[in-house]
Design a protein. Sequence first.
Length: 443
Amino acid sequence: MLKTFKIGGVHPPENKLTSGGKIQKLPVPEQVIIPLGQHIGAPATPVVQKGDTVKAGQLIGQASGFVSANVHSSVSGTVLAVENRLDAAGLQKPCVVIKVEGDEWMEGIDRSEKIDHNITASQEEILKAITAAGIVGMGGATFPTQVKLSPPPGSKAEILIINGVECEPYLTADHRIMLERAEEIIIGVQILMKAIDVKQAIIGIENNKRDAIDRLTSITSKVLGIEICPLKVKYPQGGEKQLIKATTGRAVPSGALPIAVGAVVQNVGTALAVYEAVMKHKPLMERVVTVTGKSMNNPGNFLCRIGTPVSELINAAGGLPEDTAKVIGGGPMMGRTMANIDSPVMKGTSGVLIINEKEGPRKPSRNCIRCSKCVSACPMGLEPYLLMTLSRHDLLERLEAEKVMDCIECGSCSYTCPADRPLLDYIRLGKARTGVMIRNRKK
């Protein structure tokens, strides 16, 4: 019987339109806009200025705190500006703008396709390489990887869990790298195991990716300590706490991190980036992004440089269809509508979804009918209808008491609501305000 988490969850249509298409390499753009804050935590501090010449892989933003990450140029050329530019939400964020001139890479980066299996780096050298490369969680959370690999005093990692679930409908970038870069991913997993000094790793993959399960199983059959765990197709199986429960049976307590139960969770894309950082000396400067939608002419998975305008990805997929209603950064469940499609691809950009006019409009919100479907669907065991009401009335202390900070913003509540109430929108707002209140209290 396939494993899964026990509480809540929904089954939205998968719509994996691009799962059968090989990764396409996008040409280097004429100009890139590289944000200095592509991660959870403090934005990087720029170490270049207007007029500087840079190479691909060169450091342009220095991590400015423990929870921060380095930022590198993804191209070679001239720095046009270090200034605020609009992000996907239409907000001004500090960026480095580079005019592309050729494609010259930093010395020492191994660009060959030869796969290196010989892990000679020590635990300390691995952490140093990951930190220098600016690697963050590639599944979308963008938590600096070196921080996750450094448990707080008194905590000890016991098991590494690799997230190959990709439960968000439409997205297939992780699926494709598991098929096309499987060997490098497994070496990356071994490097991560060495970094946290554990002997066991589990790679969780939903059962709708049988080809990826078979591919990785064939490789790990010769590798000690790594298990491939097929999982039931159920959203949000890729949530950290849900994945830990499904693969190990361990339950992370409310308000606690995975390390509380001895687990460290990393995405398959992160494992690949770790391989490239440690074995190829390559910083995180490009990634695979799914560009998809039911009206797209050429939906696909594209390998592109960080800083590439999203509009160029859309053009590579055939351009915006005439019946486009909205463009979403990410998938339909957790993604957010993009106000600016000329904003850049970032480290956490897993997908771009074009929604057509038939599917795009929201239905009018109606009164709650007290059906409790949102409660049954919540994978965190919360009461979304109540959290929405408390948020609408700005009752932050009550929100905290009702554990709004445990919400993983998966959207299962909104998806299942027969009254089409904007539950997730209000909960996100209330969670943000409650978070500010909690942080101010600690000052």
